[in-house]
Design a protein around this ligand. Structure first.
Ligand code: SAM
Length: 212
């Protein structure tokens, strides 16, 4: 078992600290005063801790691969939150998302699915599976909110994103910045329509989708 680390010792993503307020501003346009949100790929847990305090009436269900759970658990131990549940084990591609949620007693559809900086880490096959399966996890009218870098019409939004993509590709595990149009088309086939794009600092975007 991992020994309890202090707030300062816990793994910390500086990017999360920089982007959290900008993301919260956009989330507040779509997240109403309540409901159930699934965060896929909570990573260090910093976003879950921050957004659950900004949206105290939203039940924030944080999910990730098992290896990441300890960070959220330790953050919650240091700063307990009534409205954070999890960590839930969720690995797209391992078995159907809905089956993994059922195992975690979370089969009830969510009002929101939020995920930050995950799709460019996942390989294309996993992203295709995500697009196929995510509708089952969302309520009708539920929102899918994607944050991260994306390609539009085959173009990167900056030279630095192009370099980032090349560094991801060089890892050889299929990571890389994903194409908006492919996501849009695949999600549309599952009755999830594109709503709006927001450009955020550091050449990241928020893409809002809504299930019919
Ligand atoms: C760069 S981290 C982002 C973490 C956090 N959301 C953030 O913005 O700092 C990528 C995350 O994607 C998750 N991830 C990678 N492959 C995944 C998959 N197949 N299914 C679900 N999550 C995955 C990782 O476990 C990790 O938490």
């Amino acid at each position: 078992m991992q020994e309890q680390l202090t707030q300062v010792e816990l793994p910390h993503s500086p990017a999360c600290e920089r982007n959290k307020s900008f993301i919260a501003e956009i989330l507040s346009l779509y997240i109403e005063d309540g409901g159930r949100l699934l965060e896929m790929g909570h990573g260090t847990g910093q976003h879950a801790m921050f957004f659950s305090s900004v949206f105290p009436h939203v039940q924030w269900h944080a999910a990730d691969l098992v290896d990441y759970h300890w960070m959220l658990k330790q953050r919650l131990k240091l700063n307990p939150r009534d409205n954070v549940s999890g960590p839930i084990t969720l690995e797209v591609g391992a078995e159907p998302m809905i089956e993994q949620l059922k195992k975690a007693q979370q089969a009830q559809a969510f009002d929101y699915l939020f995920t930050a900086n995950t799709l460019h880490i996942m390989n294309q096959k996993q992203v295709d599976v995500f697009c196929l399966e995510v509708a089952e996890c969302l309520k009708s009218q539920g929102h899918l909110i994607l944050y991260g870098p994306f390609k539009f019409q085959d173009e990167f939004t900056s030279e630095s994103n192009k370099e980032f993509h090349q560094s991801l590709v060089s890892r050889g595990v299929g990571s890389g910045i994903k194409e908006f149009e492919r996501l849009e088309e695949q999600l549309k086939d599952q009755k999830i329509d594109f709503v709006k794009r927001f450009n955020l600092p550091a050449n990241n975007q928020i893409l809002i989708f809504q299930k019919r």
